[in-house]
Design a protein around this ligand. Structure first.
Ligand SMILES: NC(=O)C1=CN([C@@H]2O[C@H](COP(=O)(O)OP(=O)(O)OC[C@H]3O[C@@H](n4cnc5c(N)ncnc54)[C@H](OP(=O)(O)O)[C@@H]3O)[C@@H](O)[C@H]2O)C=CC1
Ligand SMILES: CC(=O)N[C@@H](CCC(=O)OP(=O)(O)O)C(=O)O
Length: 344
């Protein structure tokens, strides 16, 4: 396969390159830039020396048509204009930004504060939460790869909401992310001296992933409900932990919740239900495409605490994007994605 990565110089782009480099079906990877045309990739990123010394390419629409797959890992508001002209042309299109995720364009404009993509393009795209939407992904050219937080949240909650084992109307979701989630442009919140030894809660009730989580619950869980969702920045590089609290339906046991999750994800290689573990942390999935889930019921409060961890750059971005490419091409979902987590 001949691959193009738009936004190759960002964190999502670098992670795509790392994963696609070891993908057995990938023959060529071209790297595109909007700001550094002609510069050697490895000059900019010395860790790729002797691997990707090639020059960064200018984004040229005619050239883009010649790829088998184009990944775009660009800030919100770029692909809404860049990708629609390629619909119906050759390449499969996998967008890591939020531009095609929200089906309702007024919601996109409200939360992202940018002009939405054309409605026809959004209608022709599939939401790329692989474990829940494989069939549509297989038959669709343009994939809206999910946001990092929604991936962790939806994978852990959808089975329980769908089976009405928890009360989704009273959900509270408390999520934490490593700093790479904010991309490679430094800002005050991600400055070392303000991130290190600090814990920041941000975008309270204003996070752009709130409508994406609510849309996912409606799309796959069949229940429309607003959720309380808060995000925190943790002084680490990779990882997301999403902790959700929900009342359990009367009479439901912890065993039922665990069994529901295990049954839903039986045969799905990247979702592990880890209830036997006594410790549960972000490092157990670092560098891998796993989403690990842990659930506990507190019989005193009749509430469940549901925890999921992912690597924001892998299952939360590039890994799920490659998983979606595998599904689109009828390959085994795990092709190129069998890395053992880094842990240390
Ligand atoms: N970081 C994460 O954990 C996750 C990120 N995402 C989403 O993925 C997307 C990329 O994120 P991330 O890699 O972290 O972001 P970065 O800021 O690290 O990288 C974005 C890249 O986009 C390129 N770019 C900027 N403007 C344009 C433009 N107008 N046209 C084409 N390319 C452009 C830049 O490269 P150049 O200047 O060379 O063109 C830049 O390196 C974002 O939408 C983000 O929200 C989704 C899930 C997780
Ligand atoms: C730590 C951190 O800042 N994370 C980012 C995640 C960005 C992202 O993935 O959002 P979209 O793809 O929807 O733009 C945030 O919370 O906004």
């Amino acid at each position: 396969m001949k691959i193009g990565i738009i936004g190759a110089t960002g964190y999502g782009g670098l992670e795509l390159l790392r994963l696609l480099h070891n993908h057995p079906e990938v023959e060529q990877i071209d790297l595109f830039t909007s700001s550094d045309e002609g510069k050697s990739f490895s000059y900019k990123f010395p860790h790729t020396t002797n691997l990707y010394d090639q020059p960064l390419l200018k984004i040229d629409h005619d050239q883009l048509k010649s790829y088998d797959v184009l990944f775009a890992s660009t800030p919100a508001g770029v692909t809404s204009r860049l990708l629609p002209p390629l619909i119906g042309k050759g390449p499969k299109l996998i967008d890591l930004s939020g531009d095609f995720r929200l089906k309702d364009t007024t919601e996109y404009e409200r939360w992202y504060k940018k002009t939405a993509a054309p409605t026809e393009a959004i209608e022709q795209s599939a939401y790329g939460l692989t474990e829940w939407n494989s069939q549509e992904i297989r038959n669709t050219q343009l994939i809206a790869n999910p946001g990092c937080y929604p991936t962790a949240v939806l994978l852990s909650l959808l089975p329980l909401i769908k089976e009405k084992l928890i009360d989704a109307t009273a959900l509270i979701i408390d999520a934490k992310s490593g700093v790479s989630g904010a991309g490679n442009t430094p800002g005050p919140m991600t400055h070392f001296s303000e991130t290190n030894e600090n814990l920041t809660i941000y975008k309270i009730h204003e996070h752009q992933h709130i409508p994406e989580i609510e849309q996912g619950i409606e799309l796959f869980g069949a229940q429309k409900t607003p959720v309380t969702f808060t995000t925190h920045l943790i002084p680490m590089t990779r990882g997301i932990m999403a902790t959700s609290y929900a009342p359990i339906t009367s009479g439901v046991t912890e065993e039922q919740l665990v069994n529901c999750l295990k049954e839903t994800y039986a045969g799905r290689p990247f979702v592990r239900i880890m209830n036997e573990s006594t410790e549960f942390c972000t490092k157990q999935v670092a560098g891998s495409n796993y989403c690990d889930i842990h659930v506990k019921v507190d019989p005193r409060t009749n509430r469940a605490t549901i925890i999921s961890v992912i690597d924001n750059l892998v299952k939360g971005a590039a890994g799920q994007a490659v998983q979606n490419m595998n599904v689109q091409f009828g390959l085994d979902e795990t092709t190129g994605l069998t890395q053992v987590p880094l842990f240390i």
